[in-house]
Design a binder for this molecule. Sequence first.
Ligand code: ZN
Length: 189
Amino acid sequence: MRRYRAVVGVLLAAIATFLVSCGGSPTAIAPTYTPEKIAQLQNYVSRIEASRDRLPELANYIEKDNWINVDNFTHGPLGQLRAELTRLSNQLLPADQAKAKMLSEEILTHLEKLDNASQDRNYGNAMAQYQEFVGDFDALLSIIPQAARQKAVTEPTVYEMTTTLPDAAEERAEAEDMVRVPVMLEDAS
Ligand code: ZN
């Protein structure tokens, strides 16, 4: 009994110390997105937003059974997505990071399955994976602080990324592009 009380005493002391260290210190405030943090995030967000803006292009290729362009798109403009998602997630506050990493895995899994469906020329599966992909993509964007997103949208740096793969109309007009990306011909059949 005596020993039991001693253990309880130690436990209570430990809890009291814990409570004091958590609640008593004026510096123990929950982390927030400071303007500096928002500025840091901006660059990572703009790349992700640029990719998101171009996803209808990918849907269009699937719609047309243009599997070569689907493949070019997933390995071209979306080829750096894993790295970009990781960098973005790492910039988020710890509370948001776990969710962002989980959604990133979802996004990349759907992209991989979309890639497989594309190789199988399976329109139904490709479209289903595309929808899931977009849904998880938007879910991820929704946890990014609005201020970082708004800044990203107004920043012109997005053009760096959009030059990776020219859109079909531009590309057909330029002979150079045809040489550089010969598989970009639409309706090659
Ligand atoms: Zn999913």
